[in-house]
Design a protein around this ligand. Structure first.
Ligand code: SF4
Ligand code: SF4
Length: 347
């Protein structure tokens, strides 16, 4: 098949992936399991005679894999152990898991989009897969039938013509994805700073200025944190104790600063992925709340090293970026609860 695809991370000069089989991508803060294609159910059937799925009424995604509660507000796939570890059905795992840390979507023009979620397996140094060569990664992890999904997804998308209008500003200002992207481009173009906290402040100022010029009315910024802080100790809900804060302020060298700015650019491009954000009309105010919260957790984690380098920054990003749904849930619990309810109550 001839691929027509785009990636949301093409501004990285180098980006590599080698799965550490750590299992962290199988844990979530929302009770929504892995989406299954028709072929996933066939493949799972080869591994097991019985498995728990929730059927969806139609479309390319036909079911959702069951989940297990692992703690207050923490869920995992039924095939994961209590702590993140090895997948019990690794050779038969569904397409969504084979693709991770890439996420799949379809653009308005019908090309396939690959977005990135940062996880432990990513690095800037050469390792198993060069993520700029997606075909090689797919040929390694996909079976032939998985490739058919790409065409089916594009067809479904074009038939449904989804995502044409999105909510931009509460309560009822709508626009296209293109307009939304243009707005973020403008906001991001004005940010700068020598620490992540300065970048956060300039991002907030830039967004406020844009909003004041266009809308005028005030809005509510909702800041949340995934991490627990006891004195100088930092605790992660999945990874446990991460260490002690070493410094109050971490100046960024040019290399790290560029990576932080790239992460912000990528964040907005990637938001297309969360089709429920389109479906449930998450506004720009919610998006900025999620991003500023994520960045302030990254800033806190960076301070666990006296002199963080770009590898530590990548690690800090992976500690929070993989659990984006936590921030989305806390910023807009009404939306995610509705999604959970609707998905699991489908007949
Ligand atoms: S989080 Fe990344 S490194 Fe860990 S198992 Fe998942 S894909 Fe592999
Ligand atoms: S099927 Fe395996 S890889 Fe996929 S979410 Fe479940 S445990 Fe993780």
């Amino acid at each position: 098949m001839n691929w027509k695809f785009r990636t949301s991370f093409d501004h990285y000069k180098s980006l590599y992936f080698s799965c550490k089989i750590c299992g962290a991508c199988c844990f979530w803060f929302v009770n929504i399991g892995v989406f299954l294609t028709k072929y996933d159910t066939v493949r799972l059937g080869r591994a097991l005679s019985k498995f728990e799925v929730f059927e969806l009424p139609r479309g390319v995604i036909v079911a959702i894999l069951g989940t297990k509660k692992r703690g207050p507000g923490i869920y995992s796939c039924i095939f994961q152990s209590e702590r993140p570890g090895r997948c019990a059905i690794y050779g038969f795992r569904p397409l969504e898991c084979r693709l991770y840390p890439l996420l799949l979507d379809v653009s308005e023009d019908g090309s396939i989009l690959f977005h990135l979620e940062h996880c432990e397996g990513l690095s800037l140094e050469p390792s198993e897969f060069d993520l700029r060569n997606i075909n090689r990664l797919l040929s390694h992890y996909f079976e032939e039938k998985d490739f058919e999904l790409m065409e089916a997804l594009v067809l479904e998308h074009l038939q449904q013509k989804k995502g044409l209008r999105v909510k931009l500003i509460e309560p009822d200002i709508y626009g296209t994805w293109k307009e939304r992207e243009e707005i973020w481009k403008k906001v991001v173009a004005r940010i700068d700073g020598d620490t992540v906290d300065e970048i956060i402040n300039s991002l907030r100022r830039s967004y406020d200025e844009w909003r004041r010029d266009v809308v005028g009315s005030p809005y509510k910024l909702r800041m949340v944190s995934l991490l627990r802080r006891t004195g100088i100790r930092i605790q992660h809900p999945i990874y446990g104790e991460l260490g002690e804060i070493q410094s109050a302020r971490v100046p960024l060298d040019e290399k790290i600063k560029e990576l932080v700015l790239n992460y912000i650019i990528e964040f907005f491009r990637r938001e297309r992925t969360f089709s429920f954000l389109k479906l449930y009309e998450v506004s720009l105010d919610d998006e900025i709340s999620v991003l500023l919260s994520v960045l302030s957790d990254i800033s806190l984690l960076l301070r666990l090293r006296r002199e963080p380098d770009e590898h530590w920054l990548f690690k800090c990003i992976s500690y929070v970026d993989q659990f984006m749904e936590y921030y989305a849930y806390r910023v807009r619990p009404d939306i995610v609860s509705r999604l959970e309810r609707e998905l699991f109550s489908m007949e």
